[in-house]
Design a protein around this ligand. Structure first.
Ligand code: ZN
Length: 229
């Protein structure tokens, strides 16, 4: 009699890609809830490792205190430690790492070391012009913080806040078309090689992130169900 093969699937390793404003955070939280995955963002990982005083965390701390950038090697060591924790048994959603094709290659090598691999890279795709319009027209009530938009949400009475009656409004200086456009251009330039890397390995899934939150969630959920089956 031969032993039955182990039917427990390997934990999913999902890479979530998308520019600021694409709704990545909201969608990652939904995936956590629906699939028992754990979202690991680079910033949170580093802070947690430093606080926990792990070997890699102490290295990261020294680099950051010296004003340097934490190396890929240290980030990978921290990621490896974190992925060994029991709460990641169903899988992880990586957010903010890898950022470059080189980091993606290093991540593949790390995962291969423990018999794992990237399950899918999901690119939340946006159209630049409407994204820029969304960001560029935003402003808020100076007294209560209620959000408005030049095009999509004006107060019922011009110049008067619907919620508190305030008449002073403010705009963030970086919420303008030029800055928003530059942010998107930087995102595209940085992620194009990464997207090509995963596309070349047949792991890339593109999701139209211009649709409503629920539709996007449904599309993501369909992908995760298919790849982690
Ligand atoms: Zn107000």
């Amino acid at each position: 009699m031969t032993a039955m093969p182990d039917r427990i699937g390997a934990p999913a390793v999902l890479i979530l890609l998308g520019p600021p404003g694409a709704g990545k955070g909201t969608q990652a939280r939904k995936l956590e809830q629906d699939f028992g995955l754990v979202q690991l963002s680079t910033g949170d990982l580093l802070r947690a490792a430093v606080a926990a005083g792990t070997a890699a965390g102490l290295q990261a701390k020294a680099v950051m205190e010296a004003g340097g950038l934490v190396s890929d090697e240290i980030v990978l060591a921290i990621l490896k430690d974190r992925m060994a924790a029991p709460d990641t048994g169903r899988g992880v959603i990586l957010d903010g790492f890898p950022r470059t094709a080189g980091q993606a290659g290093a991540l593949d090598a790390l995962l291969a070391g423990s018999g794992q691999r990237v399950t899918a890279a999901i690119s939340m795709e946006v159209e630049d012009a409407p994204m820029i319009a969304r960001v560029a027209g935003r402003y808020t009530c100076a007294s209560c913080g209620e959000g408005y938009h030049d095009e999509f949400r004006q107060p019922a009475k011009a110049g008067v806040c619907d919620r508190c009656g305030g008449t002073a409004f403010r705009r963030r200086s970086d919420d303008n078309a030029e800055t928003a456009g530059a942010r998107l251009a930087a995102y595209h330039a940085q992620t194009a090689p990464l997207i090509a890397y995963y596309e070349g390995r047949g792991l890339l899934h593109r999701v139209d992130a211009m649709r409503g939150i629920d539709e996007v969630a449904q599309a993501l959920s369909g992908i995760v169900s298919r790849v982690s089956g």
